[in-house]
Design a protein around this ligand. Structure first.
Ligand code: PBG
Ligand code: ZN
Length: 328
């Protein structure tokens, strides 16, 4: 006697009935990079299909997203001026505040999320204010600034805030700041378990946010650590995060599963720039079936335990999901 697994794999309808994980356009968040100017849509060489856009173009891009059934974006800003503290990030007329207002005005039903960090806004490219002695980010001063930045985003009408700087206590500080300003209903999606990863390389080209010296290992996590990865997310839940995240995704499938099993909160994964570009470049070289590898990768995140996927593939994946649906 042996088990006949194949009995359930022969009829395609039965195959679908017993399918355990499924992708939907409702799972995706699409990243947008906004800068000042108008009519700008500059493709970035290291990320084919990803653009720096002026606000008017980002507003138009949302029409395309909606036509594909995509209704959630996360915004990154490329400011005109940088300084040691990242002042533009805390200004009512900074690039992100302006972009949120414009997108929410044109597309009120869209879920607009903002990445909350300072690395795009500081002249040194680190994720907060520097401690001159330690030559790394001063945690507690940066917390005050994060709370200020969060309130600026909230005032501009953002729907959810996603702090990505890996400062200790950032969720508590931002929650207090938002609540004190009356924004008790603005959710926080924390980049709760974020590793110091070389997979962010292409993003730093798009966002112009590479550190001018050193690296981010004094605040982002050591890729070797599994227990600490769980603790980082569980701690953010205790501080009041509404959604947790594991980032990057592909090399951290075990961590996605671990965090899933240690929280009842919804879990997001960030399928980061390097992961996206690897598939793009492999497709260009003709060594993979891009669409199938992309869908298999995204499905893997769901199977590992993710509810939400932040991905540069969102538009292509959505188009494919619609095609498959039409064929049924
Ligand atoms: C900002 C931030 C980064 C990413 C998202 N938010 C870069 C970094 O931490 O250096 C990376 C996203 C990607 O690689 O796609 N802190
Ligand atoms: Zn940062």
């Amino acid at each position: 006697m042996f088990t006949r697994f194949r009995r359930r794999r022969i009829h395609p309808v039965l195959r679908n009935l017993v399918e355990e994980s499924r992708l939907s356009t409702d799972d995706f968040i699409y990243p947008l990079f906004v800068r000042s100017g108008s009519g700008i849509r500059d493709e970035v060489a290291s990320m084919p299909g990803v653009y720096q856009m002026s606000i008017d173009e980002a507003v138009k891009e949302c029409d395309t997203l909606k036509s594909l059934g995509l209704h959630a974006v996360i915004l990154f800003g490329i400011p005109d001026t940088k300084d040691s503290v990242g002042s533009e990030a805390m200004c009512e007329h900074g690039i992100i505040a302006e972009a949120v207002r414009a997108i929410k005005k044109a597309h009120p039903e869209m879920l607009v999320i903002t990445d909350l960090c300072f690395c795009e806004y500081t002249d040194h490219g680190h994720c907060g204010v520097l401690d001159p002695v330690l030559e790394t980010v001063d945690n507690d001063i940066t917390l005050d600034n994060l709370a200020r930045q969060a309130v600026v985003h909230a005032r501009s009408g953002v729907d959810m805030i996603a702090p990505s700087g890996m400062m200790d206590g950032m969720i508590q500080a931002i929650r207090h700041g938002l609540d004190a300003a009356g924004y008790v209903n603005t959710p926080i999606m924390s980049y709760s378990t974020k590793f110091a990863s070389a997979y962010y390389g292409p993003f730093r080209d798009v966002a112009e946010s590479a550190p001018s010296f050193g690296d981010r290992r004094s605040y982002q996590m050591n890729p070797a650590n599994r227990r600490e990865a769980i603790a980082e997310s569980v701690t953010d839940e205790a501080e009041g995060a509404d959604i947790l995240m594991v980032k990057p995704a592909l090399a951290y499938m075990d961590i996605i599963r671990d965090v899933r099993e240690h929280t009842t909160l919804p879990l997001a994964v960030y399928n980061v720039s390097g992961e996206y570009s690897m598939l793009k470049m492999a497709a260009r070289a003709g060594v993979i079936d891009y669409e199938r590898v992309m869908m298999e990768t995204l499905l893997g995140f769901k199977r590992a335990g993710a509810d939400i996927i932040i991905t540069y593939h969102a538009k292509e994946a959505a188009a494919l999901l619609h095609k498959e649906y039409d064929q049924q």
